[in-house]
Design a binder for this molecule. Structure first.
Ligand code: ASP
Length: 353
């Protein structure tokens, strides 16, 4: 049997395809935007070498451009933030992935989380030592498990099961971060226990000149808006130098270090995690936007510059509005940060005003 279209039917189907083409054109032209941070803290220009400053700007640009390319090609905000965060995790410049800080026990224990604004789905991992890109595992938890947060060795078992790249824990050793721990241990009464460690092959060669910004929180994070109007947020960290007893910070806590809701904003935080958890920073910012009907900048400033300051909690956030407006707020001297906004403008910065 042969099928053919009557002229009337042909006209109707032509009309329909033009209408649907227009609709998808419209979708394509929705604004896309991405913003990132690479940690906040005592980052002062007078302590920074021009080479290092350039390296930070370049790496942030690379992360932003890679994420933005994903968005421009029609990819999701989730894909964009994982792409950007992975680049920062693979860099020694930031306290996440390869550049993670050391715990009191001379290990590296990583935390990460991710959240989707369209359905409030979220995934997180904490205290892993063998996952090369913790943001990938956080996403795996969200998309391929029935849970929101997995921790430690069992989380690594899950990583293996879903084919997330694992590495030997020694992958995370960097001299800079190890030296940083040794410096901190000099003032830690518990450190006596560690000095008896005769098998310690790692040596301390002070090279403080090169890393003037070690009094900072170097967590990385990204927020993005895609062509469908969907927001996403993600955060990844090594936590804080000399952390003890399996300490977990705010980065993997949904509502503290990370939050995304299409109705309000996407937020990723960096700072002294104990305070950010207690202040429920990321969720509080989104909640203020929704309940108080104030701008995202005002909401972020109320939480970071007032609530956190009163609690004496150092750090900052990067956030994105449902329209793709990037917002930064930090109460520390500086914050590695950048964005590519809805107009395609690229911006990176390090110091405060
Ligand atoms: N927020 C992280 C934590 O407390 C630290 C950081 O931002 O660098 O684990």
């Amino acid at each position: 049997m042969k099928f053919f279209l009557s002229p009337a039917l042909f006209l109707v189907s032509l009309l329909l395809s033009v209408v649907s083409l227009n609709a998808s054109d419209k979708k394509q032209s929705s604004p896309v935007a991405i913003a990132i941070h690479g940690g906040a803290g005592t980052i002062l220009k007078k302590n920074m070498t021009p080479e290092l400053e350039k390296a930070y700007h370049n790496k942030m640009r690379e992360a932003l451009e890679a994420g933005y390319d994903v968005l421009k090609a029609g990819g999701s905000s989730l894909d964009a933030i994982t792409t950007s965060i992975r680049i920062m995790e693979d860099s020694e410049l930031f306290n996440a992935g390869k550049g993670a800080v050391f715990t009191h026990h001379k290990t590296n224990e990583l935390d990460a989380s991710i959240m989707e604004g369209r359905n409030l789905n979220a995934g997180a991992i904490s205290g892993v030592s063998r996952v090369k890109n913790p943001i990938d595992l956080a996403r795996g938890v969200m998309e391929q498990s029935n849970h929101v947060m997995l921790s430690g060795a069992r989380a690594e078992e899950f990583a293996e099961k879903i084919s997330i790249e694992l590495v030997d824990p020694s992958y995370f050793y960097t001299k800079r971060r190890y030296n940083q721990l040794i410096e901190v241990l000099k003032t830690d009464p518990d450190a006596a226990v560690l000095s008896e460690d005769k098998n310690d092959k790692l040596s301390f060669h002070g090279n403080k000149q090169l890393w003037p910004d070690d009094k900072k929180f170097g967590t990385v994070g990204a927020v993005a808006l895609d062509k469908n109007g969907d927001l996403a947020a993600g955060t990844s960290t090594g936590g804080m130098t000399n952390k003890k007893y399996g300490r977990i910070g705010d980065a993997p806590i949904i509502g503290a270090g990370t939050y995304a809701d299409n109705n309000a904003c996407a937020v990723s935080a960096t700072g002294h995690g104990e305070y950010f958890i207690r202040a429920a920073v990321a969720h509080d910012i989104c909640a203020r936007v929704m309940y108080k009907n104030i701008s995202l900048q005002q909401a972020a400033d109320e939480v970071v510059m007032d609530k956190l300051v009163k609690m004496k909690g150092d750090g900052g956030v990067v956030a994105l509005s449902p329209k793709g407006d990037p917002v930064f707020s930090f109460n520390s001297a500086g914050m590695y940060r950048g964005y590519i906004d809805a107009n395609g403008k690229i911006y990176t910065a390090i110091y405060g005003k």
